[in-house]
Ligand binder design. Structure first.
Ligand code: AN0
Ligand code: CP
Length: 317
């Protein structure tokens, strides 16, 4: 595998989940693959889970890892070609990326949507510059439009917890005080559309996601109705995607917060969220602390999704 930015990069998804469950049982069984190999993790944004789980996955595979927080200690990067660099940016990304490539074998990149230019975000401008100019396999650690390591971990978790062959999985929008990207719900939809699940998305009008990921999935604007018979509730906030409201908050309606009453409408569903989560905005204390909340095992599976992706990249070096 040379890139990992969406579900298609995994090839057959059932095989990928099977491989993940095998890796989970034998996570130190592939240590020889990473001998004398180095992973570089580049962060343009904050992270807790991705940083730790991806580094752990690299260690499981016998690799060394280097972490660079671009905004803390590195030179400020110019990303536009053709500009006269007389401002505060000391280095161009077109030199920085190939230089980074010389120090490692595989690169992971976290570069969120910037909400300045929709086209740049939709086209994953920064991530694609790494793919184009680093000369190394590159995987997304949450890009501008997707978070495939998260969605892969989510699918592994659903596979582990499902009680029926084709569970009903509901992605629900929930309120949040700040502007958040669409990357997590995009990738979740991308993966659920390829998985053997009954997938429903519920959100207030105006929060329609990118059709490249939604691909005609069932939308239900009535959250209560969407929750009926659900086996998994996957909560997430995102800002508006459609023009002219791209990157805007259209609603902070707390009627959409996932609470015990709403969970009562479901088929005793499990509660999922990628974390970090704002309690009593997205979900009540009661629901996230309940025995049906699987947010911790979900986060634990981030180590497994990362290990499968890095393992496949090591195998293709
Ligand atoms: C980010 C987001 O919503 O994309 C990262 C989630 C994994 N969340 C925040 O910025 C709070
Ligand atoms: N879920 C997730 O990616 O968390 P971090 O932002 O903490 O890495």
């Amino acid at each position: 595998m040379k890139t990992f930015t969406n579900v298609k990069d995994l090839g057959n998804l059932q095989d990928a989940v099977k491989e993940a469950l095998e890796v989970k049982k034998n996570r130190f069984g592939y240590k020889h693959l990473g001998e004398n190999k180095t992973l570089l993790m580049v962060f343009f944004n904050s992270s807790l889970r991705t940083r730790l789980s991806t580094q752990k996955a690299a260690m499981n595979l016998g690799m060394n890892s280097i972490v660079l927080d671009i905004t803390q200690g590195a030179w400020k990067l110019e990303t536009e070609r053709g500009v006269i660099m007389d401002g505060d940016k000391a280095e161009h990304i077109l030199e920085a990326i190939p230089v980074m490539g010389t120090y490692c074998d595989i690169i992971g990149v976290r570069a969120f949507a910037q909400f300045e230019n929709k086209e740049d975000d939709v086209n994953e401008k920064i991530l694609n510059q790494f793919i184009q100019y680093s000369g190394r396999p590159v995987f997304s650690m949450e890009g501008a439009a997707g978070h495939p390591l998260q969605a892969f971990a989510d699918l592994i978790t659903i596979e582990e917890y499902k009680k029926t062959p084709r569970p009903k999985v509901v992605l629900t929008w929930a309120p949040h005080p700040r502007v958040l990207p669409q990357a997590v719900p995009n990738s979740f939809a991308d993966f659920m559309n390829e998985a053997d699940v009954d997938f429903v998305i519920t959100h207030p009008k105006g929060y329609e996601l990118d059709e490249r990921f939604v691909r005609g999935a069932r939308i239900e604007h009535n959250q209560d109705k969407a929750f009926e018979n659900a086996d998994f509730i996957y909560a997430k906030n995102w800002s508006a995607f459609q023009n002219p409201h791209y990157g805007k908050i259209l609603s902070k309606n707390m009627d959409w917060t996932v609470d015990a009453k709403k969970m009562g409408l479901t088929n005793n569903a499990y509660f999922m969220h990628c974390l970090p989560v704002r309690r009593n905005m997205i979900v009540t204390d009661e629901v996230i602390e309940s025995p049906r909340s699987i947010v911790i095992p979900e986060a634990a599976n981030r180590e497994i999704s990362a290990e499968v992706v890095i393992k496949r990249m090591l195998e293709s070096l």
